[in-house]
Design a protein. Structure first.
Lengths: 112, 881
C-alpha cells in the first residue's frame, strides 16, 4: 500500500515544534491548532489530522502540554491544550536545533 | 525521571482507557464538525462538505489506532493479537487439533528419548572427576574384559606407576539373616579404598578405613541410601548395629549418599569389604573381581594400559600355572558403564528426531495450506489498512500459540512416556541401569525442549509469513489469480512431501532391519527346546552345605522333591542356566598330546546331572549321556559340545580321548559323549567349545534346577520355592522364571527387541504422517485444478486420463521420495551396524519390502483424491467458478 500523497510534507520532527510554538500564544483546541498553523503559514502548511492527534498524545505523555476540557465561545465542550513549563523549555531546545539545521541546509545549498 | 513520569501517565491512561477513547472521539468529532463548517463557509453544499471533511480526516479507526499506538503499551496489541489468534484457531478446531497433536507427538518422542540420553550419557557419573576413572580388567583371548584375581590385584596395586589408586569390587547375591529367616539380598564386596577412589563420602558415619578389608579386621558394612531409608526408616542410630550377611556379622559404619550408584556392582543394598581369606579369593588362578582405578594426573589411558600390560606379562612369567594368557585391559569407567547402551540410545534419538522432523513438516504444510485459504482475508485486511508488520505479527502470534499448545501437550506426554518406557525395561536390567535414576525433567531436558519449541515456533510463524512475501497480496484481490498462488504451494508443498516420504523410508528401513535382526536372533538354534521349562536357582548357605557330600545330598534331595511336583516330567541340574554367558571357564588339556606345561584350553564348564540334557531337549551327536551314580568314586567323565570337538579334535574321534585340568596333577576325564551346541551365552554370540561334567563329580552348594513340565511354567514356580524351603528355610532361591523368560529377558534379546519396537513405532507414525502429508498435497492440488479438470472433461477427456494426470504427479513425488529415502537409509543403517544381528545394512528384502509398503500406501493416499477428480461433474465445476 502506498501512503496517501500529502499536500506539503513537513520536515520530520517539525510538527511538535509547530504545535508548541502555536501554543505559546494561547491555549488552543486541536482544530484551533491546525487552523492556526494553516493561517500563519498562509495556507502553505496543512497539518493532517492523522498526525496531529497522535502528536498531541505524544506531547501529553512527555508532559510538555496539559489538556483540559473547556467551553468554547459557541458554548461547545472542547479539549484545550496548554504549554507547560517543561514544554516551553523543550520549545527552546527544538527551536535552536531547527535553526541550526536550516542554517546548515542553507550553507550547503549556497555552496552548490 | 522523565521516562518514569511518562510511564505513569501511560499507565494512568491504561486504567481509564474507556474515558480516553471517548474523549478522543469527542475531540475528533469536534474537529470534523468545524472543518465541515469551514468548508461550507467556503461555499460547498452541506452534503459535499461532509464528505470532503471525512475524506480529509481519513479513517477514524486508523486515526484512533495511531493515537493508541502512542499512549498504549506494547503488550496491549500483543494481547489483542493473542486473542485474535485464539479466535482464529478456535474457528478451525480440526486444523488446530491436528497441528497441535502432530507437534506434541514429535516433541513427546524426542523429549522422552532425550531424557534417557541425558540420564545415561550426558549426566556425569556421581563421582569426583569421573573422566580420570578407569575400569581395570585382565584379558584373555576369549574375554577381552575378564576379571582380576585377588593376588593379581595386590600385585598390580603394588607394581603400577600410573594409578593414583586401584581398588576392586564384586557384586553378589547375599543371604541376609533376619529374625523371620534368611532373605536373598544384593550386596557388593569392595577393597578399603574403593569409595575414596571414586571420590564418594558417606552422608552418615564414616568410610572404610585403610586395612579394613583385610581378613584380620573386624567386618564392617556401609548401607545404600535406599536400604537405610527402607529397612532402617532413615534412623541415625543405625550406626553400630549389626547385619548378618552370608553368615558373617557386620557392623554398620555409614550410609552412602542418595545419588550414589555404581552400575557394575548394582543392585547393592549392602557394601562390605573384601576379607579375602579362603577359596577363590586367595587363589591366583581364580579370576573373579573387577577393578576400578583413578589415573594419575596427566597419565593417558594408553600409557596406563602399557604399564599394566607389562605387569600382567611379568606375572604371567612368574606364575605360568595361574596366569597363562592373562593380559590386561582398561576402559574409561564411563564407557564401561554406559558404553553398551550408547548405540541404542543414539539410534532411538535419531529416530525420534526424524519423527519430529516429519511432524514439523506436516504442521508447516498444514499452515501453508491454511494461509493459502486465508489469502483473501489477508488481502482484505491489508486493504482496510493493516500494515505488513502488523499482519506478520499476527501470523507469528498464531504460530506461537500453536507451538505453546503443542509444547504443553508434548511435555506432558513425554513425562508419561518416560514412565512407560522405564516400566517396559525388565526389572533385573533396570536394577543394573542405576544411571536411569536420574531420569526426568533435568535442566538439560528443559533446555532441549525449549530449543525444539523455539525452532518450531520460528518454523511455524515464518512459514505463512514467507508465503505472503512470495506472492503479491494485492494480486489476490483480483479474480482468477488462484492458479498462480496454487502453483507456489504445489511447488513448496511437494518438496516438503518428498522430504517427508524420504524420512519415513529411513525410519521404516531402520525398523525393518532391527525387526529382522530380532527375528533372526530369536530364531537362533540354541540347541534345546526352551518351551515348558521352569528354572530356579538355589543358593544354600556355606555353613551346612559347603562340603561336597553335603552339596550332593542336597542336590539328590532337590531332584527327589522336584520330581514329585504335579506336571513335572524331568528334572535337570546345572551350574549355570543356558543363554546367560560363556563365562565360568575351566582350563583343560588333552592327555596324550605333547604339553609344554602351561598351554591350555580355556572353555566354559557346566556341572550337570544325567537327566539335564534330556530335560533341555538337547541332541546327542555321538556317545552317551551321564548315568545315575556317576560320582567321585567312579572314573571321571566329560561330555563336550560340537564346537569343542571341531576345534580341538579336527578329523579325530573325540570319544574315548581323555581331558585333564592343568593346575593339578592329571585327573583324567574320559570323553563319553558329544552334544549338539547349547547356546550357553547370549543369543547374538558365536558358539564356543564347552564341557559338561557330572554334578556329583564337581558339586557345589549353588546350582540351578531346570524342570520340564506339562503345566504352565510360571504356575510351577511357587510350588518349587515352597518345596525348597521345606528342605531348609535357610536356602534362598534368588531367581526363578521360565526358560522362555530367561531367553526373552536376556540383555541381547532385550536390546534388540526394545530398539526394534521403538524404532518400529516411530516408523509407523512416520509412515502415517508422511502418507497424510502426501494426501494433503495431492488433495489440495486436485482442489486447485478442479476447473482445469472440468474443462478437460468437458472437452472429452476420459476419467482414465484424469486418473493418469493426478497419479502421475503423485507417482513422481513418491518415486523421488523413495529413491532419496533408500539411499539415506543405507547410510543410516551403516551407522547402526552394531545393533544389527546377521543382517547387512543393505538387506535387499527389507529395502524392497519397505519400498513396496510405502509405494502401496502412498498410491492409495493419492488414489482417493484422484478418484474424486475423475468423478467430477464438468458442468458443476465450471458453474462453480
Amino acid at each position: 500500500m502506498q501512503p496517501m500523497a500529502k499536500k506539503s510534507d513537513l520536515l520530520p520532527g517539525t510538527l511538535d515544534l509547530l504545535i508548541l510554538k502555536t501554543l505559546t500564544r494561547a491555549p488552543q483546541h486541536g482544530y484551533g491548532i491546525a487552523l492556526s498553523i494553516k493561517q500563519s503559514s498562509q495556507d502553505f502548511l496543512t497539518v493532517e489530522e492523522g498526525s496531529l492527534y497522535p502528536a498531541l498524545q505524544r506531547l501529553l505523555l512527555q508532559g510538555w502540554v496539559k489538556a483540559e476540557w473547556k467551553k468554547t465561545e459557541t458554548n461547545r465542550r472542547a479539549r484545550y491544550y496548554t504549554l507547560t513549563q517543561s514544554g516551553r523549555k523543550q520549545l527552546g531546545v527544538e527551536l535552536s536545533q531547527f535553526q541550526r539545521m536550516i542554517a546548515a541546509i542553507g550553507r550547503v545549498l549556497q555552496d552548490a | 525521571m522523565n521516562s518514569l513520569l511518562r510511564f505513569f501517565r501511560q499507565f494512568w491512561i491504561l486504567l481509564r482507557r474507556e474515558k480516553f477513547n471517548n474523549e478522543l472521539e469527542e475531540e475528533m468529532a469536534f474537529h470534523r464538525e468545524h472543518a465541515e463548517k469551514q468548508l461550507q463557509a467556503d461555499g460547498l453544499p452541506p452534503q459535499a462538505a461532509q464528505h470532503a471533511a471525512r475524506r480529509q480526516f481519513g479513517s477514524a479507526l486508523r486515526l484512533k489506532e495511531a493515537s493508541h499506538d502512542i499512549v498504549g503499551f506494547r503488550f496491549e496489541s500483543v494481547l489483542q493479537d493473542f486473542r485474535f489468534a485464539l479466535r482464529q484457531l478456535r474457528k478451525n478446531p480440526g486444523f488446530t487439533a491436528t497441528a497441535a497433536l502432530m507437534l506434541a507427538l514429535g516433541m513427546c518422542a524426542s523429549i522422552a528419548i532425550f531424557a534417557f540420553v541425558d540420564a545415561a550419557l550426558l549426566k556425569p557419573l556421581p563421582y569426583r572427576d569421573p573422566s580420570t576413572l578407569v575400569a581395570v580388567f585382565e584379558s584373555t583371548s576369549a574375554f577381552p574384559h575378564s576379571n582380576l584375581s585377588y593376588p593379581d590385584y595386590l600385585d598390580w596395586k603394588k607394581l603400577n606407576t600410573v594409578f593414583r589408586s586401584l581398588d576392586i569390587f564384586d557384586g553378589n547375591e547375599m543371604i541376609l539373616t533376619t529374625p523371620s529367616g534368611a532373605q536373598p539380598t544384593h550386596g557388593a564386596r569392595v577393597s578399603d579404598g574403593f569409595f575414596r577412589t571414586l571420590g564418594v563420602a558417606p552422608v552418615l558415619g564414616r568410610d572404610f578405613a585403610p586395612g579394613e578389608d583385610l581378613p584380620s579386621a573386624a567386618r564392617t558394612v556401609l548401607l545404600s541410601y535406599a536400604t537405610w531409608q527402607q529397612r532402617y526408616g532413615g534412623n541415625k542410630d543405625v550406626l553400630g548395629q549389626t547385619v548378618v550377611l552370608d553368615g558373617n556379622a557386620n557392623v554398620i559404619i555409614g550410609v552412602l549418599p542418595a545419588d550414589f550408584h555404581f552400575a557394575p556392582a548394582e543392585p547393592a543394598a549392602f557394601w562390605t569389604t573384601m576379607h579375602a581369606s579362603s577359596g577363590c579369593d586367595i587363589r591366583r588362578s581364580c579370576h573373579g573381581l573387577y577393578g576400578v582405578a583413578r589415573l594419575k594426573d596427566g597419565v593417558s589411558l594408553s600409557t596406563a594400559l602399557a604399564n599394566v600390560t607389562a605387569i600382567a606379562a611379568q606375572l604371567e612369567k612368574l606364575y605360568p600355572d595361574d596366569n597363562m594368557g592373562q593380559g590386561a585391559s582398561l576402559t574409561t569407567l564411563t564407557e564401561y558403564i554406559v558404553g553398551d547402551i550408547r548405540p541404542i540410545l543414539f539410534v532411538l534419538l535419531c529416530g525420534a528426531g526424524l519423527l519430529l522432523l516429519i511432524a514439523s513438516i506436516n504442521v508447516a504444510s498444514l499452515l501453508l495450506v491454511r494461509s493459502e485459504s486465508r489469502k483473501r482475508e489477508v488481502a482484505v485486511r491489508t486493504a482496510l489498512g493493516a500494515s505488513r508488520v502488523r499482519l506478520t505479527r499476527q501470523f507469528v502470534t498464531e504460530g506461537l500459540v500453536l507451538v505453546a499448545a503443542g509444547s504443553v501437550l508434548g511435555l506432558g506426554s513425554a513425562y508419561w512416556t518416560m514412565q512407560l518406557l522405564t516400566k517396559l525395561i525388565p526389572q533385573n536390567m533396570l536394577a543394573r541401569m542405576t544411571f536411569l535414576r536420574g531420569l526426568g525433567f533435568t535442566a538439560r531436558v528443559w533446555v532441549f525442549a525449549a530449543i525444539i519449541s523455539v525452532l518450531a515456533a520460528a518454523l511455524f510463524s515464518l512459514t505463512p509469513t514467507l508465503h505472503f512475501s512470495w506472492s503479491q497480496i494485492r494480486d489476490s484481490l483480483a479474480e482468477g489469480s488462484r492458479a498462480h498462488a496454487g502453483n507456489t504451494w504445489r511447488r513448496v508443498g511437494s518438496k516438503l512431501v518428498v522430504l517427508e516420504l524420504a524420512t519415513a523410508v529411513v525410519l521404516l528401513v531402520g525398523a525393518g532391519l532391527l525387526g529382522k535382526s530380532l527375528y533372526l536372533l530369536l530364531q537362533v538354534d540354541i540347541g534345546m527346546r526352551p518351551e515348558h521349562l521352569a528354572t530356579l536357582s538355589i543358593d544354600a548357605p556355606n555353613s551346612n552345605y559347603e562340603k561336597n557330600p553335603q552339596a550332593i545330598a542336597l542336590e539328590r534331595r532337590v531332584i527327589r522333591e522336584m520330581a514329585v511336583l504335579p506336571g513335572v516330567e524331568s528334572v535337570g541340574i546345572t551350574s549355570d542356566i543356558p543363554v546367560t554367558h560363556w563365562g565360568n571357564t575351566t582350563w583343560l588339556r588333552v592327555l596324550g598330546r605333547p604339553w609344554n606345561g602351561h598351554d591350555h584350553i580355556d572353555v566354559p564348564e557346566r556341572d550337570v546331572n544325567p537327566e539335564y540334557f534330556t530335560t533341555l531337549g538337547a541332541k546327542l551327536v555321538r556317545g552317551r549321556y551321564f548315568t545315575e551314580g556317576e560320582d567321585a568314586s567312579k572314573p571321571h567323565v566329560v561330555i563336550i559340545n560340537q564346537a569343542f570337538a571341531k576345534e580341538y579334535f579336527p578329523g579325530e574321534d573325540p570319544i574315548g580321548k581323555q581331558l585333564s585340568h592343568i593346575s593339578v596333577a592329571p585327573d583324567p576325564m574320559e570323553i563319553v559323549g558329544i552334544v549338539q551346541d547349547i547356546k550357553e551365552g547370549q543369543l547374538d554370540t558365536v558358539n564356543q567349545g564347552a564341557v559338561y561334567i557330572p554334578f556329583e563329580q564337581s558339586p557345589n552348594n549353588y546350582f540351578n534346577v531346570v524342570l520340564r513340565t506339562s503345566q504352565a511354567e510360571q504356575s510351577l514356580l511357587p510350588a518349587m520355592r515352597a518345596a525348597i524351603h521345606q528342605i531348609d528355610p535357610d536356602i534362598i532361591t534368588p531367581a526363578g522364571s521360565s526358560m522362555l523368560e530367561v531367553i526373552n529377558g536376556s540383555p541381547s534379546a532385550y536390546m534388540h527387541r526394545s530398539s526394534a519396537w521403538l524404532v518400529g513405532g516411530f516408523a509407523l507414525l512416520a509412515l502415517l504422517l508422511g502418507i497424510v502429508g502426501l494426501y494433503g498435497v495431492v488433495a489440495y492440488s486436485v482442489s486447485q485444478r478442479t476447473r482445469e479438470i472440468g474443462i478437460r472433461m468437458a472437452l472429452g477427456a476420459q476419467s482414465r486420463s484424469v486418473y493418469q494426470l493426478i497419479l502421475k504427479e503423485a507417482g513422481r513425488l513418491i518415486a523421488i521420495g523413495l529413491v532419496i529415502g533408500l539411499v539415506c537409509s543405507i547410510a543410516a543403517a551403516t551407522l547402526m551396524r552394531t545393533l544389527l544381528f546377521s543382517v547387512r545394512s543393505w538387506d535387499v528384502p527389507t529395502l524392497a519390502a519397505v519400498a513396496a509398503v510405502l509405494a502401496i500406501f502412498a498410491l492409495l493416499a493419492s488414489y482417493i483424491p484422484a478418484r474424486r477428480a475423475a468423478s467430477l461433474d464438468p458442468v458443476e465445476t465450471l458453474r462453480a467458478e
